[in-house]
Design a binder for this molecule. Sequence first.
Ligand code: SIN
Length: 315
Amino acid sequence: MADLSVTLGPLRLKNPVLTASGTFGYGREYEDFVNLNRLGGIITKSITRDPRAGNPPPRITEVPGGMLNSIGLANVGMEAFVREKLPYLRNLETQIIVNVAGNSVEEYEAVVSRLDREKGIHAFELNLSCPNVKEGGLTFGKSPEAVFKIVERVRLHTNRPLIVKLTPNVTAIGDLAQAAVDGGADILSAINTVMGMAVDVSARKSVLGKMTGGFSGPALKSIALAKVFEVVRRVSVPVIGIGGIFSAEDVLEFLLVGASAVQIGTANFVDPAISEKVVNDLEIYCEKQGIEDLEEIIGKLDVDGAGGDGNKNRL
Ligand code: SIN
């Protein structure tokens, strides 16, 4: 059996398949569909200091090539998370990564310092990229100076691996990546959703209750691959690729480009069992190709000229 494990600085995963924040609840919601222990890790919904009800509905709509969401970081808040969700998660045999969000630098610090007292959390992922809230999220995430400041401040509260999730809604994602690393990030994840909108012509209204939302799904993959490519060339910390991943082949594309692991997001809504299927398919791929260690292919994209054929050699 091939070794699918990957090492991302201080974080070791049994395989590179993580589930993306906001698409997998608090993990337990998927236990009837997925053997959660087969996954490389689970990333929770964004956790804030206080419970949040989120944005007014409609908060989700399907669009060509994917979907839009404007959830507004609805979650149970950090104390209920510790009381009601973490006991289940910490009994799983997979890495538990808590995604953290806030309205202010102080809120990010408060959540990380509170959760850092708890056992069973293997890493934090800072959501500096939510496009659906007025304060926090993207307000911080678009500015390299703000990214640096928030990461530097949060870093003081934990020695656990710190992942920073980057937005693609900027001209130069490399500058954000550099700022996050300078602030103390161990790992980066890219990309969060692209800002989008859907219009109901007969009602002359936006389909979403909050006008705009975050676009995700298969059509995001090409954009995400290019952004990950840009980030891995700019910084030397490990990068987790996110965006339109629905299959083992999609995972391999991100690994070749230089990502050390991936997150599966929107695909969980299409097929709740997909994350485990992708792990199984990666195993089959390695066996067929005689790959003993999946890490061998990370960053092995042949960049000396073009020439691949997108339709040949499908898995
Ligand atoms: C949301 O809760 O609105 C989505 C979170 C995100 O895109 O970061």
